[in-house]
Each structure stands twice: as C-alpha cells, then as structure tokens.
Ligand binder design. Structure first.
Ligand SMILES: Cc1ncc(COP(=O)(O)O)c(C=O)c1O
Length: 381
C-alpha cells in the first residue's frame, strides 16, 4: 500500500540519532543549535528557534507579538487547524479570507476585504509548498500596520517568485516550519521559527523555555550561577537533540528530496494533464515549489462516483490518498464559537469538494509512480 506521504529515513539518519543516544545530552545539547544554524543558512534568515512542533511554533510566534486581547488575525480557510488555532490560544479572533481558485493560496484581494481596525496579524499559508503572493501581502501589511507570520509548514526548500527561499523573512516578521513525518524533511515531531528581528528572537527563546532566562544582561539580580528568572509566561516547547540530529541529517538531503518530488510531479502532470475529470496542480512560471502535496481537483459529479468510492477503488489498487483540507470555518468548534457557516468561503469550499491528494514522497520509485498513474487512469477515466 502506497500512502499519500511518507518519511524518507536512511542509514545516515539512523546513525545521527544513535550518536546522540550514546552522548551526554539527549536534549539542550549541541545538535539543536547546529540544526538552527543550518535552517538559517538554507533560508537566509538571521535567527532560528527550533521547537517541538509547528503548532507550538505558531503559538509562540503569535505570543511574541504581544497583540492585545480581542484583536483579529487573518488566515486561509484551506489549511490545517493549527494555522488559526494559534490565534485563539492568544485570544486573537481568527478571521478567514478566501483562496485564489487557481493557486489554492489565500487571495490578497480577499485579505484586503477582511481588514478592520482590530486586525493586527496576517498568517498566509504556503499551501502544499507553493509560496503565497508575498509581495502583495507584504504591501497590505505595510499599508495597514500589520504583522505577518508565514505558515510554511509545507514549504521548507520552496522559493518565492523572486527566487529567494521561503523562511528568509524578507516579507514577514516570522516564518514557521513543520517537520512532521509527512513533511519534506522530518524530525519525528518538530518545527522551527525563523526571523530577522533580534527582539522577537530573544522573546521566542524565552517562550520556548517557560519564559525563563539565565542571560546576565536580562536578570533583575544575579545571586549566583544557579540562578534563572521567569520573566514571562512560557512553555516547554523545546526540540530534543535526537530530533535535531535527525533534522541536520535530513537537511543534507533537502535538495535531492526536492528534485525527486519535482520529478514525480512532472511524471504525474504529463500523465494526467489531458484527463477529463481530473485537474492537475498549477505552478506559476516564476515560482519553484518544494511540493509537499500533489493536490488534484476531481469532478466527482461528472465522473459519477463519490470521493469515498474513488478513494476505495484506488485503495483496492494499493494507492492511498488523503483530502487537504476540510475548510476550517466549517469545523463544529469554529461554527459554534464564531458563527461561521457553510457558504462563507465559496472558493475554499468548492476546492475542498473536489480535492484528492495523490501519493508524493521521494521514496516512491518510478515503478510506484507508474502504478499510481495506472490506478488513477483506471478509476478516474
Ligand atoms: C499548514 C500547517 N500548519 C501547521 C501545521 C502544524 O504542524 P505540526 O504537526 O508540526 O504541529 C500543519 C500540520 O500538518 C500544517 O499542515
């Protein structure tokens, strides 16, 4: 059975983790800072704070901005829950702006329509790895005095339209990555926040570790070497050294992972581009995405099969699929707490109705890809 996503772990990854297990530090050791430095050199950002997962990263990224209670933040309805839940954790109301029906990313024109005098933050999500229209989003943020946190959970290794790398924070205050096993590189669970702002960096370091500091320059007194102070309310969101060592080893393969993902996508696109009921994903000419997902749109109604039926028929042929994403505003919690309803964001809802993600990960062999193509053609043509 081929799943829609899967980690790629080799012997070098395994020995990197074993090395940590045999060392003195399982956490707060040397690999965490090595991993953070590597993320900085890959993205071009000045600072990086690794965290236990991207949800934790988004939580403290919003917290670090110290936005007043009752403010509003805008994100896409077509994303995983964490992109908007991170605002609720910080007493910021999540507002959604509909997606562009071609890129499936948040539409800058829709963002403009949702801005009120309470809006303080924008959280664009680089969905499936494809970078958002950051020049436009950055211009909106500047015009209205808003912060930007990029949710780049899907987008390590992706590039913006100007060729620079997602996470360099030239268009935002912070960027958050995820290293969950189905993502492009993995640390098991794990995440990282990048920023070019030293003040935010210092706040993130404290928020990751119970709001404490041992930094002599920051202490209100210094009775001795044991002393630390809690100066804000933080969390234990630290990454372990086992995770960081795995992350360092995985980052060495980021380019080859990206290359293989793009090769598979080309094979799929060549095979599926003329299908009647299936629409392939679009990548604008000037954007180079490190695709995390292969998202298709299937006209189930015209095909005469339900999505469940298509998923089952593909499963019977050994092909696993998934749906990304159920629009967040249609979740019972969001409806009850904020009064959202079906019909509020028509592009995201229409997209969701037709979405099916096909297997995409570097470990797929050419044979596997051929097998997926054959199964898709049998079931969907
Ligand atoms: C867009 C997006 N943001 C945030 C997250 C949260 O990532 P994590 O599982 O590392 O907490 C995910 C996870 O799937 C995601 O897809």
């Amino acid at each position: 059975m081929i799943g829609y996503g899967h980690q790629c772990i080799d012997e070098t990854d395994i020995s990197a983790v074993l090395k940590v297990l045999k060392s003195d530090y399982l956490t707060q050791g040397p690999f965490v800072s090595e991993f953070e430095q590597k993320i900085c050199s890959i993205t071009g950002a000045k600072y990086c704070v690794s965290v236990s997962n991207a949800t934790a990263g988004l939580h403290i990224a919003v917290a670090a901005l110290e936005i007043e209670n009752g403010s509003e933040g805008i994100t896409s309805p077509n994303t995983f829950l964490a992109s908007s839940n991170c605002m609720i954790y910080n007493n910021v109301k999540p507002i959604f702006a509909d997606i562009n029906p071609i890129s499936y990313n948040i539409d800058p024109l829709e963002i403009e329509k949702k801005i009120t005098d309470k809006t303080k933050i924008l959280i664009p999500v680089h969905f499936a790895g494809l970078s958002c229209e950051m020049v436009k989003i950055n211009a909106i943020a500047k015009k209205h005095g808003l912060y930007i946190i990029e949710d780049a959970a899907h987008a390590i290794g992706s590039q913006y339209a100007d060729g620079s790398y997602v996470g360099n924070c030239k268009y935002s205050n912070m960027t958050v990555f995820s290293f969950h096993p189905v993502k492009t590189i993995t640390t098991g669970e794990g995440g990282a926040i990048t920023t070019n702002d030293e003040e935010l960096y210092q706040k993130l370091l404290m928020l990751r570790s119970h709001g404490t500091t041992k930094d002599e320059g920051k202490l209100t007194k210094n009775p001795g070497p044991w002393y630390y102070e809690m100066q804000s309310l933080g969390f234990n969101y630290r990454m372990t050294d086992m995770q960081a060592a795995l992350g360092c080893s995985q980052l060495e393969k980021l380019d080859s992972f990206k290359k293989r993902r793009r090769e598979i996508i080309k094979q799929y696109n060549d095979a599926f581009s003329k299908m009647k009921y299936l629409k392939i994903p679009v990548e604008p000419d000037n954007v180079c995405s490190c695709f995390h997902l292969y998202v298709t749109q299937i006209d189930f109604a015209s095909l005469g099969k339900s999505r469940s039926q298509v998923m089952q028929e593909l499963r019977d042929r050994g092909v696993g699929t998934q749906v990304h994403y159920i629009p967040i505003h249609t979740q019972p919690f969001y409806k009850k707490k904020y009064g959202y309803r079906e019909g509020d964001f028509v592009n995201a809802e229409k997209y969701y109705e037709q979405e099916l993600s096909l297997p995409l990960y570097p470990g797929l062999s050419d044979e596997d890809v051929k097998m997926v193509i054959k199964a898709v053609k049998e079931v969907i043509e």
